[in-house]
Design a protein around this ligand. Structure first.
Ligand code: HEC
Length: 107
């Protein structure tokens, strides 16, 4: 094996696990990193931390009734046992992550 081929092979193995993350929307990446431990990957709130904090499903009737602005405000200011994310996420990141939450809602 000559050198360039070997480095290409090493680079492919090293970056391969990152490819699925790169293919996701920025909102999905933020959600999985910061929100899914309570809200669950599918938005159902059924993780152990979600159950402990009584995290409702994003598809619960009372959450489906909330406007986009209310969801953004809950993310910025926190709500009940949920921490506030203003200062931790930019306004753009909050907009993206709430857009991703809408894709998890079953209406
Ligand atoms: C520590 C657990 C926890 C984490 C982490 C968390 N949440 Fe929450 N979230 C909650 C709980 C609990 C509620 C319900 C609060 C209430 O109604 O008292 C909630 C409510 C919400 C709501 C309002 C809708 C509703 O169900 O009442 C939105 C929107 C939301 N979370 C978005 C997010 C986003 C976006 C993130 C990540 C940036 C996040 N949450 C991270 C626990 C969490």
């Amino acid at each position: 094996m000559n050198k360039p081929i070997r480095w290409t092979a090493i680079a492919m193995v090293a970056f391969f696990p990152l490819l699925p993350a790169l293919a996701q929307s920025p909102g999905a990446v933020t959600y999985k990193a910061k929100c899914a431990m309570c809200h669950a990957a599918d938005g159902s709130g059924t993780t152990p931390a979600g159950k402990a904090t009584k995290t409702p499903s994003f598809s619960a009737p009372e959450v489906l009734k909330m406007s986009n602005a209310e969801l953004v405000a809950a993310t910025k200011n926190g709500k009940g046992k949920m921490p506030a994310y203003s200062g931790k996420l930019t306004g753009a990141q909050i907009t993206e992550v709430v857009a991703y939450i809408h894709t998890l809602q079953k209406k």
